[in-house]
Design a protein around this ligand. Structure first.
Ligand code: FES
Length: 102
């Protein structure tokens, strides 16, 4: 039951902002990275902190709980590229933002 699901409007997130979205039981952190939208799993792989609430600097989000840093393009932590959270393909159509769920 994959496919594209609408998660937001482009105007919902200013550049540098993140937002938690949940669709079909999948919690994602959606970010506006200087006009390009990115989506990763919302639950930090350390202890489940909400990555959408972390501070975004460029493509790097810092978990608000203990400071692990993730690249929102790859989902990987900066410390170890083999550890990370899922990434989801994002598509913008007009003023609507869609994420492809597996
Ligand atoms: S829960 Fe994210 S760094 Fe600990």
């Amino acid at each position: 039951m994959g496919g594209l699901v609408k998660v937001a409007l482009v105007s919902d997130l200013a550049p540098g902002q993140g937002k938690t979205v949940e669709r079909r039981g999948v919690a994602m952190a959606l970010f506006n990275v200087d006009g390009t939208f990115r989506a990763i799993g919302n639950a930090c792989c350390h202890h489940g902190g909400p990555l959408a609430e972390g501070e975004l600097t460029g493509t790097i989000v810092t978990c608000p709980w203990h400071g692990w840093r993730f690249d929102v393009v790859t989902g990987s932590t900066l410390r170890n590229a083999e550890i990370g959270v899922p990434t989801y393909r994002v598509e913008v159509r007009g003023d609507e933002v869609f994420v492809e769920l597996p």
